[in-house]
Ligand binder design. Sequence first.
Ligand code: ZN
Length: 184
Amino acid sequence: MTPIMEPIKHILTRPAPYALGIWVGLWLPDIDLALLPILHHRSIITHSILIPWLLFVILKNRVPLYGISGLYAGIAIHLAADCLSATVGFGMIWTPWPYKASLGLASPVWIVVNAALGIWLSLKLAPEKKIWLVTGMCLVALVYSVLNEMAMLPFITFGLIFSVVSFISYKMMRKQAIDKTSAS
Ligand SMILES: [Zn+2]
């Protein structure tokens, strides 16, 4: 490949699928509204990391990894905004037909845990060039918060979850590095 083609290749294999994934992930959870006979709104199926995880497990080598990474990030941004709703009615997480029961007070916990896992798996799937990835993720979270939710609190919530996830993965990485040096 010529040196001129190299940056184009990188855009096509990393940021483009990542951006597409993040955009789809932002709206994917609320697809439950189109499937109301089977799913309740705020379904446990779509308001979780289940869909990108299944995509990863089933289609691992056929879908760009950065696309799945984006999907995780988009869903995490959506969930960070959803966790601010009051725990009543559509604010809760619901199991699908035929039972359609709510998780009740455990709903916010479910949402936050899945948002955190989404961020963690998004970063894990895309180990290279994390700066643009993190910048992109935070920028999309800001734009989604301001334009879609018309508030800053969803962005702040996302930032808090992101910070906790980053702190834990940093600690884990450090522990791994220390274990490695003490083992050698
Ligand atoms: Zn939602």
